[in-house]
Design a protein. Structure first.
Lengths: 419, 158
């Protein structure tokens, strides 16, 4: 009478805990690191044109160090847990971790020190990790009957990742003189595919599982989400096709649809008291359309007043990193609690593992950091940019501390429960 | 109506009461017991029907099916949580009952609050996990025909 797989049963869904924690640890270590790099490069940010060098390294500390790493870790662990898909073999995920980490380290090093050959090695590793990730993701999606909420988003997202990775690698190899690569506006296409194509669609898709789960709501709207995805796909195609003025306008419609769905989910939740982490999540949601408005502004005004730099800041730190900061504050204690349950049969309340005082400052400090650095870019003031970076640094370090405290509390609670 | 929907609606009902209860977090005791009497009555209702009917139904009819399908860990964990929540809910109901009759004093308000937040924490987390997996699982584990007698049984019990 019963189908082969129960979409349930977390013991087949939990990776050994060090694997997801390593992803998240790296991500949270890159967060303060990125702010330090931003601090050090404050004088060069305003003149940043996307060329190789330390500023590009700082940017990629956030994009691949924080965002991509979290996306990889969360996909491999949270998709199975939240949706009941059978997970990938741990050895595959470990390989992914190794490829990603070495790729990030080597690529960033190559960027920062103007070493094209080294960056080429890093790019090769990152491309391999993207390929492995895409394969494992497709495998996960195929084997689960229950992932229809995210399947389409994630598939398109994975495709964008492969394209963005290939394009990034091509630019690096070109820089190294290993290939000769000619394409109009490769940076813009790479950035659009990576930020809005891959990361955006992964966030769109995941939010449809994570936000209802964390807020205990069932107000998802599948039809609307499919429309949003189709519109997003259209805008990505326009962007890749070089219609830079039209594409972000179309993307804005898709973004507004997503945000509408998210706020509807929150509004329809059963439990009304939301923790402090939701402030920074909501802030992130608002930053998404703002970033697109800035992209539109940049494209229609030929980048007056550093508006491109501002749009990148708002998209990466305002939208994506804010969302990650908020969601990870919930995911980490949740996963640790499930690990306790795996060993003792009884989970600990996630709220007991979360350092509450820190959750009250991490989000607000991050928001302040985004605000101050954004203002600094508008005013072209490097001192203010440094000040904003310091605020971000404190937020990032607080979050790293939050993670370490949660792991410590988990150990204590495990000892207590075993007695 | 599908079985999953019935259970889901009961979860919602419980969470609604828990949410109202949560509204009293950190507040002083009500000046007049009438201010909170409706909530206390709902709380007793929900706590009693949860820990008797709802939990028992899940334990007798759903968890065994989960176990048969290899989800022992989840079934055991959810059942374990029931065991843990039962005495909390029982004591909380007794406190609420007593308060309806004789009101709160500072001491009893304090212990009522502490226990309330224990109850809210554990029950919310429990429902959150069931909503994640169990509710979807039921739909794929039972056809509407298979679950019809279960629904009958459940309705009779309540
Ligand atoms: Fe239950
Ligand atoms: Fe239940």
């Amino acid at each position: 009478m019963i189908g082969a797989g129960v979409p349930f049963g977390a013991e087949q869904r939990l990776l050994p805990e060090w694997i997801p924690l390593s992803f998240f640890f790296v991500s949270l270590a890159c967060l303060p690191l990125g702010w330090i790099l931003l601090f050090l490069q404050a004088e060069n940010i305003a003149s940043f044109q996307g060329g190789f060098g330390p500023v590009l390294a700082a940017l990629h500390t956030f994009t691949i160090g924080v965002v991509l790493t979290t996306a990889f870790g969360a996909s491999m662990q949270m998709l199975p847990v939240a949706s009941g898909a059978a997970m990938n073999r741990p050895i595959g995920v470990i390989l992914l971790l190794v490829l990603l980490l070495s790729g990030i380290g080597i690529t960033l090093g190559g960027f920062a020190h103007y070493r094209p050959l080294i960056a080429s090695w890093g790019a090769a590793l990152l491309c391999l990790s993207a390929l492995l990730y895409a394969l494992m993701l497709v495998r996960l999606l195929i084997r689960s009957a229950n992932l229809k909420l995210v399947r389409n988003h994630v598939l398109v997202g994975a495709l964008c990742l492969l394209l963005a990775a290939a394009l990034g690698a091509a630019m690096i190899l070109n820089w190294a003189g290993l290939i000769s690569f000619n394409m109009p506006n490769p940076r813009l296409v790479h950035a659009g595919l990576a930020l809005y194509g891959f990361m955006g669609l992964i966030v769109f898709g995941f939010s449809r599982i994570m936000v209802p789960m964390l807020s205990v709501s069932d107000k998802t709207n599948d039809r609307l989400a499919i429309w949003g995805l189709l519109i997003a796909l259209t805008s990505l195609l326009l962007w890749v096709g070089g219609f830079f003025k039209i594409a972000p306008i179309v993307a804005l419609i898709s973004a507004l649809i997503h945000i509408y769905e998210m706020f509807t989910i929150l509004k329809g939740r059963i439990r009304t008291r939301l923790g402090p982490e939701w402030t920074v999540i909501r802030f992130g949601w608002i930053m998404l359309p703002l970033s697109l408005l800035l992209v539109i502004g940049a494209q229609w005004t030929d980048n007056k007043a550093n508006i491109t730099e501002l749009s990148i800041l708002v998209a990466v730190l305002g939208w994506l990193v804010s969302f990650i900061i908020g969601i990870l504050q919930r995911i980490v204690p949740f996963l640790l609690s499930m690990q306790i349950a795996r060993q003792t049969g009884m989970p600990e309340l996630p709220s007991k593992l979360a350092a509450e005082k820190l959750t009250r400052i991490i989000g607000p400090l991050h928001i302040a950091a985004v605000g101050v650095t954004g203002l600094a870019i508008i005013m072209d003031n490097s001192l203010l940019l440094q000040f904003g970076s310091l605020i971000g640094l404190v937020s990032g370090l607080s979050f790293l501390t939050f993670l370490i405290i949660a792991i410590k509390r988990k150990r204590l609670s495990l000892e207590k429960m075993k007695k | 109506m599908r079985l999953s929907q019935i259970l889901h609606e009961e979860h919602q009902r419980t969470l609604t009461v828990l949410d109202e209860l949560d509204g009293w977090r950190g507040k002083n005791k009500p000046d007049d017991i009438e201010q909170i009497k409706g909530l206390l009555t709902d709380l007793i209702d929900v706590a009693q029907s949860d820990i008797t009917e709802h939990y028992a139904f899940e334990e007798e009819h759903l968890f065994p099916v989960l176990r048969m399908n290899g989800a022992d860990f989840m079934a055991n964990m959810l059942a374990g949580e029931h065991q843990m929540i039962r005495p909390i809910a029982q004591e909380l109901s007794a406190m609420a009952q007593k308060a309806i009759e004789t009101g709160f004093d500072d001491q009893s308000w304090q212990s009522f609050q502490e226990l309330s937040f224990d109850f809210i924490g554990h029950e919310t987390f429990h429902i959150q996990k069931e909503e994640m997996g169990l509710i979807n699982a039921i739909n794929s584990l039972f056809t509407p025909e298979q679950e019809a007698p279960l629904i009958e049984l459940y309705k009779k019990g309540s």
